[in-house]
Design a protein. Structure first.
Length: 255
């Protein structure tokens, strides 16, 4: 049975949340936080957890068990963020821990409306980084820990002036997406920044791409600590599923 308090407060919280996202807040932050604590189920739930990637010492076994085709992307060394949309409208964002980071996503310029307003819940997985302040010749003046701290800060202006960027790498909740490559194309068409993607047909293709990465990674224009290899087929991804911590259909390769 639904809590009567939820029935009474949920419409108010959703209205206050929408007004805040539109830049015309109806109540102050402290009042909103108190209402949200009284009614934690007012906003859409987190439906897809952000998982870590397994990093096998010898990827050959995984590659031989899971025949291609594969997609390969650079593994940006940032902080994972999940952006949630309801009927095409941005609602909120959260970290892997489940902690809210909606304000930080707005500071980073998250897309507020998805083209075509796809119905239902759509979740966009991103990597948050401080790309504007990165210096390829040295190290990033804004560390990964500083990015994580910026994501936790409330408010539409960051007093530490950490300029965040969001790089989208996957999604869920959109119909007719049959492959990882199609998912990335869909994200790019919507206007999300993404990381370049390479196709690989065989395990040897994957290993040769990784060898080339190891020789050139120092010259990349953003912090990157390896490659992400995924089975391209979304049907096979669903078939293999995930453990409580990692997907079975993807691995990370690190030097």
């Amino acid at each position: 049975m639904c809590n009567p308090l939820t029935l009474m407060l949920a419409p108010l919280i959703r209205l206050a949340d929408a007004a805040y996202r539109a830049g015309v807040p109806l109540i102050n932050d402290a009042t909103y936080d108190r209402l949200a604590r009284l009614c934690p189920n007012a906003l859409p739930p987190i439906t897809t957890p952000l998982l870590s990637l397994d990093t096998p010492a010898d990827p050959t076994n995984w590659l031989n068990r899971n025949a291609g085709p594969y997609t390969i992307q650079l593994k940006a060394d940032g902080v994972s963020v999940n952006c949630i949309y309801e009927d095409g409208v941005f609602i909120r964002a959260h970290l892997r821990s489940g902690r809210d980071c909606t304000d930080a996503a707005l500071r980073a310029g998250v897309l507020l409306d998805l083209p075509g307003r796809p119905p239902g819940t759509v979740e966009i997985r991103c990597e948050a980084m401080a790309l504007d302040d990165y210096q390829p010749s040295g190290c990033a003046p804004v560390s990964r820990n500083a990015v994580a701290a910026a994501l936790r800060r409330k408010g539409l202006v960051d007093p530490a002036d950490v300029r965040l960027s969001l790089l989208a790498f996957d999604l869920s909740g959109v119909d007719n997406i049959a492959t990882q490559r199609q998912a990335l194309s869909w994200l790019e068409c919507c206007g999300f920044a993404t990381l370049a993607c390479l196709d690989a047909a065989t395990p040897d293709d994957v290993l040769s791409t990784f060898a080339a990465f190891c020789l050139s990674s120092a010259s990349l224009p953003f912090p990157c600590d390896g490659l992400v290899v995924k089975l391209d087929s979304k049907a096979r991804q669903r078939q293999l599923g995930a453990t409580s911590r990692t997907p079975r259909w993807a691995i990370a390769l690190k030097p």
